[in-house]
Write a protein that binds this ligand. Structure first.
Ligand code: PLP
Length: 281
């Protein structure tokens, strides 16, 4: 496997992480996961824009211009001969003697590498189960930070219960999943939490808002309660790697009699069409 390290493409076997890298010690950094379809990175501009925004929000500068980084990413995909799968990209604040406060002049460290393709067709087709959990994360969930401790604790809990995702609840309102955004449908209207500091503004979420507009489907970006979630006609979660996944049961209670809803099906199809359109050369 070839890996992009600070602007150079090298073999995975030579990549070393310094023990004083602040990403390693503090989770002091940001990341992105990008999907590759037919050799093309989907919504690359949006992912790179979010990466730079996350970096800016934590007062970190990325050494490369975004256009340069995009070029490097395309080169990495080519050199790995990737047709499908994902791409993991992270930037840490860099290497420095361990103290919580940081010097502004240290050089950030960038690394990107291919993630194996995950077959999700069956999951998307049959739908998944979810649990609900308290959202006890910090109040800057809009930053795609390397600090994922609470997310992984709760994801593990859902995994151990045989569920695909845990839906997080803060002050009685649904925010998002541990690694996804959450949508409900009630009486033909789609609802999702607004893009505030309480959620990550998913790229899939953003793309879907465009898809809804194109198809004349009404979507309200407004918070909804746990009760509204449980009584929804349809529920689905979205992310880069999973795309649009119907949720057919939450905390053991069936949604839409335990089958993916018809509007969710249409949304999945419309999203696939968008992906095809934007990744075909
Ligand atoms: N929310 C959280 C907390 C996530 O970790 C993710 C993706 O990993 C998402 C939402 C979905 O974001 P995207 O559609 O950009 O993958």
């Amino acid at each position: 496997m070839k890996v992009l390290v600070d602007g150079e493409i090298v073999a995975r076997s030579v990549v070393k992480v310094d023990m004083e890298d602040r990403g390693y010690q503090f989770g002091d950094g940001v990341y992105e996961v990008i999907n590759i379809y037919d050799g093309v990175p989907f919504t690359l501009d949006e992912h790179i824009e979010r990466l730079y925004r996350s970096a800016k929000e934590i007062g970190m500068s990325i050494l490369f211009e975004s256009d340069h980084l995009k070029q490097d990413i395309r080169k990495l995909i080519k050199e790995n001969n990737m047709k499908k799968g994902g791409l993991y990209l992270q930037v840490t604040r860099g290497v420095a003697p361990r103290t919580h406060q940081y010097q502004k002049d240290i050089s950030s460290k960038l690394i990107a590498y291919p993630l194996p393709y995950k077959e999700m067709a069956e999951t998307r087709s049959s739908g998944v189960t979810a649990i609900t959990e308290q959202d006890l994360r910090w109040l800057r969930c809009d930053i795609k930070s390397l600090n994922l401790l609470y997310n992984i604790m709760i994801k593990q809990k859902s995994y151990e219960q045989g569920a695909f995702e845990a839906i997080l609840i803060r002050d009685g309102l649904v925010t998002e999943g541990t690694s996804s955004n959450v949508f409900i449908i009630k009486d033909g209207t789609i609802y999702t939490h607004p893009a505030t500091n309480l959620i990550l503004n998913g790229i899939t979420r953003q793309k879907l808002l465009e898809v809804f507009l194109e198809n004349g489907w009404t979507c309200k970006e407004q918070p909804f309660t746990t009760k509204e979630l449980m009584e929804a006609d349809e529920v689905f979660v979205t992310s880069t790697t999973s795309e649009v996944v119907p949720v057919i049961s939450i905390d053991g209670k069936s949604i839409n009699n335990g089958i993916p809803g018809s509007l969710t099906r249409k949304i999945q199809q419309a999203f696939s069409n968008t992906v095809k359109k934007e990744t075909s050369s």
